[in-house]
Design a protein around this ligand. Structure first.
Ligand SMILES: [Zn+2]
Length: 81
C-alpha cells in the first residue's frame, strides 16, 4: 500500500509482545494476526500514522488510532466491542 508517496508492505504476523509495529528502514508494518474488528482498525491506523509522521509522539499516535476506531464504530462502519 502507499503511505504518502512511498510504498509500504503491511503484513499480518504472529507477534507475542505487541499488537503491531512499524519499521522505517524496510518500510514494513506488522500487525498481530490475533487482532480483529475495532482493535485491528485502531492498530492499523496507529502504525500508518507512525509510517507517515515518524516523529509524532507516541501519545498523539495512540489518540489518533483510538479516535478513528471509535468514530468508525460509532457510525457503524465497523463493529464495536
Ligand atoms: Zn506506537
Amino acid at each position: 500500500m502507499y503511505i504518502g508517496e512511498k510504498r509500504w508492505k503491511v503484513l499480518r504476523c504472529k507477534l507475542s509482545d505487541r499488537r503491531g509495529d512499524c519499521h522505517l528502514e524496510n518500510k514494513q508494518i506488522r500487525i498481530s494476526d490475533k487482532l480483529e474488528g475495532k482493535e485491528l482498525v485502531e492498530i492499523l491506523v496507529h502504525e500508518i500514522v507512525h509510517a507517515r509522521v515518524w516523529d509524532l509522539d507516541e501519545e498523539a499516535v495512540e489518540d489518533i488510532g483510538i479516535a478513528v476506531s471509535n468514530a468508525l464504530a460509532n457510525w457503524y462502519l465497523i463493529k464495536g466491542e
